[in-house]
Design a protein around this ligand. Structure first.
Ligand SMILES: [Zn+2]
Length: 466
């Protein structure tokens, strides 16, 4: 557990990642030395992590659905499904409505006997129905969310027509299973099946990586005539990213009724494969890479999905942990993150600023409000990791409150509560609670509130003996 959080810090702290410039040189295949962040507050991935009609709720703020659970009637499961989604994940409701409602649900909901059973299946139901609506349009668009008028926020991305690997369509020009040939594949764990025929078969990574997903989605021999999942091109990889965001959103929003971790695990897997695919075409298939970069819709789609995925992945609440932290680390390797940064660069985002964990984008006025700006919130790396440094830059005089919370949401300590003049301030949390007692090691959060803004961030408390 601990290593996982530590790794986040390492990655965020690494301002510069190096990429060995391998393969065919295109203009973007040079050594990458620009600043890399996980989610860029100043770019599309930071702006559109929420659909315009969505709100992001922390578990303590989830709208109650207990009345719907208590009055559940298996004859009216549709009213229940719409009711709970409307309150917590309206995008899911919209997906079902677009697919025709009950007839679509009936294809995927296998047990409507109880409210808890339905809730445990919601992620799968929305995911599968989401595939269905994305396939109904011949242009093969991706439905993401709703716009403020209730219209679909969706992407129609070019180059995806055709269904087989022999298609001349640009985005089919390499199969996603060819990522099995890349220099990342050895990091996978030993796969559980012998069906992988493309290349290295499996990697040497530790337990817990993508064995459950690769077998279904990545594996397949693009050179034989049998059409398999892995033979499909980039569009179907992205299609799964779209739907796994729906899966993980449902897992997140209904975590108080059921606990699922595999959705999070899958999300990491898809993001890692996406990075690998981008790198593969950048270095080995220049035509497809150029095609991608010349189509703004593709760039916007990739960044939108990237940001939305991390909205849920950045939450640290019981039941949302991945099966292991290994995939989490693979996705955040600097050379992998640089693939996303290249896309941001192509969108003109040349001032990357990390979007802090738990910050939400479009609905959060702090994004456009520079009254207060934490400039440093981690104390890494040094032997005094039980002290956290939090700095603020204030553009004008204002009321500021800075509190530390533990992972259960209980306030531990207040570092500041009063009016501060314009200027730069540094606060240190010594790891003690308001009674002066040493807090246990673990994850903490800080929250900065001003007149008009709110910032949250994560802190790691760790003594020097771990
Ligand atoms: Zn799927």
């Amino acid at each position: 557990m601990f290593k996982k959080y530590l790794f986040i810090i390492v990655c965020i702290s690494l301002a510069r990642g190096q990429e060995p410039g391998t393969g065919t040189a295109v203009n973007r295949a040079v050594d990458y030395t620009e600043t890399i962040v996980l989610v860029d507050k100043n770019c599309i991935d930071g702006e559109y992590i929420l659909g315009p009609k969505e709100s992001f709720f922390e578990p303590n703020d989830f709208p109650s659905i207990q009345d719907l659970v208590d009055s559940y009637n298996s004859n009216n499961y549709m009213a229940f499904i719409y009711g709970v989604l409307e309150r917590r994940y309206p995008t899911g409701k919209s997906i079902i409505e677009q697919a025709g409602g009950q007839s679509a649900v009936d294809k995927w909901l296998w047990n409507s006997g109880s409210a808890s059973s339905v809730l445990s299946q919601l992620g799968l139901v929305v995911h599968e129905i989401g595939h269905g609506i994305d396939q109904t349009n011949p242009e093969n668009w991706y439905f993401i969310s709703l716009d403020p008028n209730g219209n679909p926020l969706s992407f129609t991305t070019p180059g995806m027509h055709g269904e087989i690997t022999t298609s001349s369509s640009p985005m089919y020009s390499i199969e996603r299973s060819l990522t099995l040939d890349d220099d990342q594949n050895w990091k996978r764990p030993p796969a559980q099946s012998s069906e992988i025929t493309t290349s290295n078969e499996w990697g040497d990574g530790p337990f817990g990586c993508d064995e459950n997903y690769a077998e279904t989605y990545l594996n397949g021999d693009p050179y034989n005539s049998t059409f398999e999942g892995g033979d499909q091109g980039y569009n179907m990889l992205i299609e799964e990213v779209v739907q796994y965001i729906n899966s993980i959103a449902c897992a997140y929003y209904f975590q108080d009724y059921y606990r699922a971790s595999s959705d999070r695990h899958a999300m990491y897997t898809w993001l890692w494969w996406n990075e690998r695919y981008l790198r593969k075409i950048r270095t080995e298939n220049t035509d497809q890479y150029e095609y991608l970069f010349n189509n703004t819709k593709w760039l916007e789609l990739i960044l939108t999905l990237w940001g939305r995925a991390w909205l849920y992945l950045s939450t640290d609440f019981p039941g949302m942990q991945p099966d292991s932290d290994y995939l989490h680390q693979l996705v955040q390797q600097p050379e992998m993150l640089s693939e996303i940064q290249r896309i941001r660069d192509a969108c003109g985002c040349d001032n990357p600023v990390e979007l802090l964990p738990d910050q939400t984008g479009i609905s959060d006025e702090t994004v456009n409000n520079a009254n207060v700006k934490p400039v440093s919130h981690f104390n890494y790396p040094n032997p005094f990791m039980n002290k956290a440094h939090i700095s603020l830059v204030l553009n004008h005089k204002q009321d500021v409150r800075l509190d530390i919370y533990n992972s259960k949401g209980c306030m531990v300590q207040t570092l500041c509560n009063g009016q501060l003049d314009k200027g730069t301030y540094a606060f240190v949390w010594d790891g003690r609670d308001s009674n002066g007692a040493e807090s246990s090691n673990g994850v903490y959060f800080y929250r900065i509130k001003t007149d008009r803004s709110q910032y949250k961030g994560k802190l790691i408390k760790q003594d020097g003996t771990r």
